[in-house]
Design a protein. Structure first.
Ligand SMILES: Cc1cc2nc3c(=O)[nH]c(=O)nc-3n(C[C@H](O)[C@H](O)[C@H](O)COP(=O)(O)OP(=O)(O)OC[C@H]3O[C@@H](n4cnc5c(N)ncnc54)[C@H](O)[C@@H]3O)c2cc1C
Length: 203
């Protein structure tokens, strides 16, 4: 989403105008909120073209895809496939002993991949000259956000052009009893620490 001059600012959105007044406002030509798929490419493209560009990201460098969605899910599914092939080796003329899944190992593999992805994104932000601001942004004036920095403290940033790539979040449908059962969404499923190794025989 691109915000232009016609974007309407609701005064009630600004919760602490005093605080806002006290901070120096830093101006960028391009301000992107959210470093997901669209956000990062907009950031890289404008920065590479020589525009003073900042992107604000509160948690997932590069967005959901490399951190908690597309890539880690396929990484874990790959391990499941490896387990399946090991257990069904005989069908392919392969003999093997009992097979077990070490979820710690599976998730370590996934974690290393995610870490590599995050580093590659950080390198790209740096190489393009874009500034990655790590924190949560909220609008306090037209085209102006206050960022609560992850490392602590606020920053006030305004953009001549502002792009929003805020993504989506997992929702628990309103089905009786479902929320009480505390189901995992993809975030918990791909991020949780698994306890013990589970052994499975061949089938
Ligand atoms: C399990 C799973 C598997 C998937 N597999 C595939 C696949 O194989 N192929 C495919 O094409 N798609 C897949 N998807 C869908 C894909 O992940 C999403 O469509 C895509 O990541 C959405 O990108 P986005 O940029 O819109 O949002 P996101 O990637 O969610 O980016 C938004 C970013 O904005 C940040 N943000 C939000 N609000 C603020 C704020 N106020 N201040 C600062 N930062 C903020 C968030 O932290 C986030 O990093 C999968 C999704 C899931 C859940």
């Amino acid at each position: 989403m691109f915000l232009d001059e016609s974007w309407a600012f609701e005064k009630s959105d600004c919760s602490s105008p005093m605080e806002v007044d006290m901070l120096e406002v830093e101006r960028y030509e391009i301000l992107v909120i959210g470093s997901g798929e669209a956000g990062k490419h907009v950031t890289w493209t404008f920065a590479q073209a020589g525009h003073r560009t900042a992107v604000v990201e509160r948690k997932y460098i590069g967005g959901s895809c490399p951190n908690i969605a597309c890539l880690p899910s396929k990484n874990v599914i790959r391990s499941a496939k490896a387990n399946w092939f090991a257990r069904h080796g005989a069908q392919y003329g392969i003999q093997s002993g009992p097979v077990s899944t070490d979820m710690k190992g599976v998730l370590n593999r996934k974690r290393k991949m995610v870490e590599g992805e995050v580093q590659a994104h950080l390198d790209r932000f740096k190489a393009t000259g874009a500034e990655l601001v790590r924190g949560e942004a909220r609008f306090v004036a037209p085209k102006t956000v206050e960022v609560q920095l992850n490392e602590g403290g606020p920053r006030m940033i305004t953009g001549d052009r502002v792009f929003l790539d805020l993504g989506s979040r997992a929702a628990i449908p309103d089905i009786p009893g479902l929320a009480a059962a505390r189901p995992m969404t993809h975030v918990e499923a791909l991020d949780r620490a698994w306890p013990a190794t589970r052994r499975r025989g061949r089938s």
